[in-house]
Ligand binder design. Structure first.
Ligand code: NAP
Length: 539
């Protein structure tokens, strides 16, 4: 079993009691009491509280040293003495390897905490609570800044210490690739282990801990109560990432992009997996811009088939990189991906080869076609395409196939020119877009996307009344471009319908089943609303 360990800290014993009860209700299987984050609660209160615990789950006591992410500047000796004082309420202790290895005196204090001490319980005036003969010890090491050298050596050295029962290594991920090392360490660990990559890039080390049989993963009770950077809330872990269904056979899918934090894809695909009862999970994979980062990520994934990656969505700015990567490897590309020169969907085939698809192309043309009075209106329409990246490539191919005349304007004019040349259409300088006077405008740039919501790719005066304006950006749904266009008497189309349609097509590729568009829309709208609420709370 992989524990969901929820760190609890607070200013009063009452709030701690309530939070423990809530955490267990939400699915925590272990509670970590962070003593360094509750300096004002006297030990007597904690011990008295432990006589009537609010829930029957194991308690992990941690008094983290400052150098490893703790809030306290106490000496090793005083921290260990406090752990020993409170030993009666603990099932587990977390002690840093640094502290353990520092001195024999420290090890004696740790040993006393593990075995309990009547003298100390007497000194607190509290009856001893029988919680078993011996508490367990987690030996831990944290690097809050980067990936430290010698992780494997650390793991083996720590596992070698007879006093330790569980080994924990946590470090700040430099990139998503660090997670693979975290899983490798779990695979070779001679003792139960926890390996965590902190920060946004470490998300999958938390979600997939169960797949790789970690001893536990840490999850915050609620947003704002994280004990380390990148920690998910317990509800996110269980509801958004299907924690309870993950096991060692779970297939892994993910969204490759930069940024990926606010994407709706995990919500949509995980809910489709749940509806179909599939043993699969979908995670965001932040891969920094640049073809070399994309390649490095894919090469590392493909070198580790045991990760069980089965498919990827590809988003900004990697769709052309994905096309290039597959093309260079001689992997299969479907006809639309080939025509677009951009891939937004990858399947990992059983023999380890890849197949690339483009589901944006049809989705973009279908959505725009549905928004005009008849299919004929698309035919012959002059459509200004803003951008010349992966999405613009799909839009150009999709719209041309319906008889429209795309005109491409891009910040980097060379890219507009070359895309126009590939597909035999017009292009113009970026600065000239304001004089284009097209029938329709399709924004295929990220301008206006959260957090830069006050930006727009077109000055309002350059959009003539009656123009159909389609913004591929869907976060937020109502972008500045669409708001201004609607005010100016234009028909507007937001990016959600296209997102839904391309996601449903991805799902059909991976699972053989296309979910109902209305179901996907419901999931996406709920996720957008949750995001809006959490952004308005934090901002
Ligand atoms: P991409 O391949 O990175 O291309 C981005 C394009 O936007 C490039 O042409 C780039 O111009 C241009 N651009 C970026 N920042 C700009 C700025 N500040 N000013 C002017 N131009 C700028 O990205 P993509 O995959 O095409 O995605 C583009 C947008 O479409 C993203 O917001 C994405 O989320 C959205 N999208 C939505 C859907 C949907 O289903 N709704 C599907 C696909 C994409 P340069 O060539 O000069 O760099």
């Amino acid at each position: 079993m992989t524990h969901i360990i929820v760190p609890i800290f607070g200013e009063s014993i009452e709030s701690i009691r309530d939070d423990i009860a809530t955490a267990v209700e939400r699915g925590a299987t272990m509670i970590e009491l962070r003593l360094d984050r509750m300096p004002d609660i006297p030990d007597e209160q904690l011990l008295a509280f432990a006589e009537k615990p609010p829930a029957d789950v194991p308690i992990l006591l941690t008094y983290r040293r400052a150098a490893e992410g703790g809030d306290d500047t106490a000496t090793d000796e005083s921290r260990l003495e406090r752990l020993e004082n409170l030993s009666q309420m603990a099932d587990f202790f977390d002690v840093e390897w640094h502290t353990f290895a520092q001195s024999n005196r420290n090890q004696t204090l740790i040993d006393a905490a593990i075995h309990g001490s009547d003298a100390i319980s007497g000194s607190c005036g509290v009856e001893a609570i029988e919680r078993g003969q011996r508490r367990s010890l987690i030996l831990s090491k944290h690097d809050m800044k980067t990936r430290p050298a010698g992780l494997q050596g650390d793991l083996l050295r720590m596992a070698d210490a007879a006093a330790g029962d569980v080994v924990k290594l946590a470090w700040r991920a430099r990139s998503v690739r660090d997670n693979f090392e975290a899983f490798e360490l779990l695979r070779i660990a001679p003792k139960p282990a926890i390996t965590i990559c902190m920060g946004e890039d470490g998300l999958i080390s938390r979600v997939l801990a169960r797949k790789f049989r970690a001893f536990g993963t840490f999850a915050a009770l609620r947003s704002g109560f994280e004990s380390a950077p990148g920690q998910l809330t317990i509800l996110e872990l269980r509801d958004r990432f299907r924690w309870d269904t993950i096991n060692d056979r779970t297939r892994v899918y993910g969204l490759i992009g930069d940024p990926v934090k606010h994407s709706l894809s995990p919500d949509v695909h995980n809910s489709v997996f749940a509806e179909r009862n599939l043993n699969a999970v979908y995670v965001p994979l932040h891969v920094a811009a640049g073809v070399e980062s994309f390649k490095a990520f894919m090469v590392e994934v493909l070198a580790r088939p045991w990760l069980d990656f089965s498919g990827f969505s590809v988003t900004l700015p990697h769709k052309e990189n994905a096309y290039r990567f597959l093309k260079e490897r001689g992997d299969r590309l479907d006809a639309l991906a080939e025509r677009c020169g951009a891939v937004n969907t990858i399947s990992v085939l059983p023999d380890g080869t890849l197949q690339g698809w483009n589901t944006d192309c049809e989705a973009c043309a279908d959505v725009l076609e549905a928004s005009v009075d008849s299919a004929k209106a698309l035919k012959g329409s002059r459509i200004l395409i803003l951008g010349a990246g992966g999405a613009a490539r799909a839009a150009v191919v999709g719209l041309k196939s319906r008889g429209a005349n795309p005109v491409i304007a891009n910040r980097t004019s060379g890219r507009a020119k070359s895309l126009a040349g590939e597909h035999g259409c017009e292009w113009m300088e970026w600065t000239d877009r304001i004089h284009a006077a097209p029938d329709m405008i399709v924004n295929c740039t990220p301008i206006g996307m959260s957090p830069d919501v006050s930006e727009s790719p077109m000055p309002p005066a350059s959009i003539l009344p009656g123009t159909i304006v389609f913004d591929l950006v869907y976060n937020p749904l109502q972008t500045r471009l669409l708001t201004e266009a609607a005010k100016g008497g234009c028909r507007t189309v937001d990016g959600l319908s296209m997102f839904i349609q391309q996601a449903a097509a991805q799902s059909r590729i991976w699972t053989g089943h296309a979910p109902a568009l209305e179901t996907v829309r419901g999931v996406a709208e709920k996720a957008l609303e949750r995001r809006r609420l959490s952004e308005s709370r934090s901002g």
